[in-house]
Write a protein that binds this ligand. Structure first.
Ligand code: ZN
Ligand code: ZN
Length: 345
C-alpha cells in the first residue's frame, strides 16, 4: 500500500538556484497501524533478534516517581486493541518473575520490584535496507537492518534510545519472546505496531541552517512573485514561512534528510568521540503532520486511516514525545561504535 506526498507547489531550486546543491534524499516512512512480523520493516513491531544475543536493557537509574506514575504495559496494549502476548508465552523475563513475584498483571500494583535493576528496552523501529535503500550503516559496515529500541522512561525528558545494525541473513535462530519492561512512563512511549510505506522525497535545509545570502533571498517577497499565484499574498510579510512549511523539511517519521528545528535555533551536531559532523538517521515524530505542515499529508490519507476519538490528528504511531515534538537520532558517519545523538525538536 503506497503513500504519495503531493508534489511540492513549486520547484524551489528554479526560484533559488543556491539551494540546488543542498538537496538531500529522505525516506518518509508513513507508519500506519498493522500487524508487522519480525521480518517486516516496522514501527513498534517485533524485532528480528538473534536468540543468542542479550536483549538490550537500560542500566540508568529509574526513580520511584517514575514508577508510581507508570502505565502497565499490557493494560495499555489492551486498551488500544494491540494483541497482548500469546497465552503460554512468558509475559516477562524479569528478575521479579523468576523470584516468583507474579506476572505482568500483578506488576501494576504498588509493590513493583523495579526500578532497582536494569530495564528491558522496547522495540521502536526496525528498518530494512530492502525497504529504505538509502539506509547505510556508519563507517561502511556490512549491515542491512537497523533496529531501534528505547527505555520507556524519561532520561531525563525523553526515552533513552539504543541502535543496532545487523545483517538480516545472519539471524537464523530468532529470539521468540524478548523480556519487556512492566510499564511505560507515559502511554505515548508505547509505539502502536505499524507497517511502513516508505517513500523517497527531496528535502532542503531548515531556513536557519542556510547561509546569510540564501536566507535574504528567501525572505525577499519580490523573488517569490515570479512563482505567480502559487504563493499567495498572505506570505508577503515573511515568505520564508512558505519555504519552511512546504518546501524544506518533511514532517513525520523519516530516515535521512535534513534535521528538523523548531524548539531551538540550529546548533552543531558533532560526534563526541571524533568531532565529525553527524547525519540525521531516524526521526521519531509525534504526528505525521500538523496544521502548519498539512501540505505533506498523502492524498486521501485521513479518510483511509481514521484514528480513535481523542487521538491527535495524524498521530498514527500513538507516540507522543516532549509535548508533541520529534526525537531525531543522528549518527557519526565514521563509525557505528561512536555514540549517537538524540535531538528533540
Ligand atoms: Zn531507562
Ligand atoms: Zn565519530
Amino acid at each position: 500500500m503506497s503513500r504519495t506526498t503531493p508534489p511540492r507547489p513549486l520547484d524551489v531550486t528554479a526560484l533559488f538556484p543556491r539551494l540546488a546543491p543542498l538537496a538531500r534524499a529522505a525516506t518518509r516512512l508513513h507508519p500506519r497501524a498493522g500487524s508487522p512480523s519480525r521480518y517486516d520493516s516496522s514501527v513498534g513491531g517485533p524485532l528480528l533478534w538473534p536468540a543468542g544475543e542479550p536483549w538490550p536493557h537500560c542500566d540508568e537509574p529509574h526513580t520511584w516517581d517514575q514508577v508510581e506514575a507508570a502505565f502497565p504495559l499490557e493494560e495499555e496494549r489492551e486498551e488500544r486493541g494491540i494483541p497482548t502476548r500469546e497465552p503460554g508465552r512468558p509475559q516477562q523475563a524479569s528478575d521479579a518473575e523468576e523470584a516468583g513475584e507474579g506476572a505482568a498483571g500483578d506488576m501494576a500494583d504498588a509493590d513493583l520490584p523495579w526500578p532497582g535493576g536494569p530495564m528491558p528496552m522496547l522495540p521502536v523501529a526496525q528498518l530494512s535496507a530492502r525497504d529504505v535503500p538509502l539506509l547505510r550503516p556508519p563507517g561502511g559496515a556490512e549491515a542491512d537492518l537497523l533496529q531501534v529500541l528505547w527505555c520507556p522512561f524519561d532520561h531525563p525528558d525523553h526515552p533513552r534510545t539504543a541502535l543496532f545494525w545487523r545483517s538480516a541473513s545472519e539471524v537464523t535462530d530468532v529470539l521468540d519472546a524478548p523480556p519487556e519492561p512492566p510499564g511505560i512512563e507515559y502511554p505515548g512511549y508505547l509505539p502502536q505496531p505499524c507497517l511502513l510505506a516508505p517513500e523517497e522525497i527531496t528535502e532542503y535545509p531548515h531556513f536557519l541552517e542556510l547561509d546569510k545570502e540564501t536566507r535574504e533571498q528567501l525572505a525577499d517577497w519580490s523573488r517569490w512573485r515570479a512563482a505567480g499565484a502559487v504563493v499567495d499574498g498572505s506570505y508577503a510579510e515573511a515568505p520564508q514561512e512558505f519555504y519552511t512549511t512546504r518546501l524544506s523539511v518533511a514532517p513525520g517519521w523519516k530516515a535521512g534528510g535534513w534535521s528538523r528545528w523548531g524548539l531551538t535555533d540550529p546548533m552543531p551536531r558533532v560526534c563526541s568521540v571524533c568531532g565529525t559532523a553527524m547525519d540525521p538517521l531516524l526521526t521519531i515524530a509525534t504526528t505525521e503532520w500538523n496544521s502548519g505542515t498539512e501540505s505533506w499529508a498523502p492524498e486521501g490519507d485521513q479518510a483511509r486511516d481514521p484514528l480513535p476519538p481523542g487521538v491527535p490528528p495524524a498521530n498514527y504511531t500513538r507516540v507522543v514525545l516532549a509535548g508533541g515534538y520529534s526525537l531525531q537520532l543522528h549518527v557519526c558517519p565514521v563509525s557505528e561504535d561512536h555514540p549517537h545523538l538524540e535531538l528533540v525538536q
